[in-house]
Design a protein around this ligand. Sequence first.
Ligand code: C2E
Ligand code: MG
Ligand code: MG
Ligand code: MG
Length: 280
Amino acid sequence: QAKAAGGNTVRFFNAGMQADVMERVHLEADLHQALARDELRLHYQVQVDSRARVTGVEALVRWQHPQRGLVPPGLFIPLAEKNRLILPIGYWVLETACRQLAKWAQEHGKEALTISVNVSSVQFHQPDFVARVQQALEETGANPGRLVLEVTESLLMEEPERVRNIMLRLSKLGIRFALDDFGTGYSSLNYLKRLPLDELKIDKSFVDGVLDDPVDAAIVTTTITLANSLGLEVTAEGVETEAQHRWLLEHGCQAFQGYLFGRPLAMEELGLDETDTILS
Ligand code: C2E
Ligand code: MG
Ligand code: MG
Ligand code: MG
């Protein structure tokens, strides 16, 4: 079919690819302006315990583009990692989250909530990463014990000795670490043992399958057992249905995040004042 169509098909694909490239070029040019124009936004998604009380939130960046509307991170974070704009973007996210933590500390009942911040490998491997995190905490007055840094398996694999060193220095400040998208990468059990991790986040792709895919179910139960044995918290990501939630509870999972409990929203829209939160 494609061959029979000959030149037309080729032109069709080229046009599509070219549009794609143009799109990226435009986005990239605009991204340089995004910070200066104050177009980045943080949305927050609640994390809940086994009794559905809010224990914290994950900060998820969005780009409020003047023409395109709200651009999700999947469309610009990979671009930003390539052109290193992830550095200023990443620090903006960190500072904004720390400012929110400091604000909560003044608001009765919210001082115990945590904020989880996604850290890109490019950012983590900057020589001044520890200093920049410390600076964000000091300048905002945020409690380091309420900050969780989410890292990925691939981040941990680059220069593991260095990674361990940086994590240990940040842990000493009281910062906690969560391993995001657990099970999708190639982390070895040896890293889990050697690194100061506090939490494993079970990737949504496995949560999606727990009810009808025995392999996903096995991966999830194994992860929960592993986390329990290693003394790590375990959070199920992307929980969308009551049935998934029930299954996860029955299999020993104690922390949850997903549309079932709330979508990522601007802080004002989150309604934390009306929700049951953990106070201690
Ligand atoms: P992530 O850290 O694994 O975040 C979870 C993603 O799953 C978020 O997508 C969230 O909106 C989505 N999600 C949560 N619950 C559900 C659910 O029940 N159903 C479905 N369908 N989706 C759900 P989002 O906000 O588009 O972020 C995508 C990824 O972009 C994040 O995955 C993270 O890797 C990256 N990202 C987001 N913010 C930042 C940031 O500030 N810095 C860096 N470096 N990466 C970020
Ligand atoms: Mg948490
Ligand atoms: Mg995350
Ligand atoms: Mg994740």
